[in-house]
Design a binder for this molecule. Structure first.
Ligand SMILES: [Zn+2]
Length: 121
């Protein structure tokens, strides 16, 4: 499945769950590897993307005051997804500030959150 985030460039190896930055980086790499495409509804605020596994399924990514959200299952389960990774890459390319993802923090994950395979979207 998806490769882990590249670690070789990082000199500080730490144990424990990945940080928010690492999870976003991993999402960006999945977006790149899988060729996730997004289209702007409102630049820097709202994007759409088509599901790669379900025909006619569309996901919407929106930026609220507290950060970005996606309405896919991956985001709901993991607090980050390849779609948001794709938008983060897009921000980098287009030169606007992506900001952060709502709910993606370095704090401990909610106790009820169960880990599932990442690519459900
Ligand atoms: Zn998503």
């Amino acid at each position: 499945m998806a490769e882990r985030a590249r670690k070789s460039q990082s000199s500080t190896h730490h144990a424990g769950p990945p940080t928010a930055a690492e999870r976003l980086l991993a999402a960006e790499q999945r977006a790149l590897a899988l060729g996730v495409r997004t289209s702007a509804v409102v630049v820097a605020r709202e994007y759409e993307t088509h599901s790669q596994s379900v025909d006619d399924r569309k996901y919407t990514l929106r930026r609220a005051r507290d950060g970005w959200r996606c309405d896919c299952a991956g985001y709901r389960y993991h607090g980050v997804c390849k779609h948001l990774g794709a938008v983060a890459l897009r921000a980098e390319r287009e030169g606007w500030d992506f900001g952060h993802i709502a709910g993606l923090t370095d704090g401990p994950p909610p106790a009820v959150r169960r880990l599932r395979p990442l690519e459900v979207a």
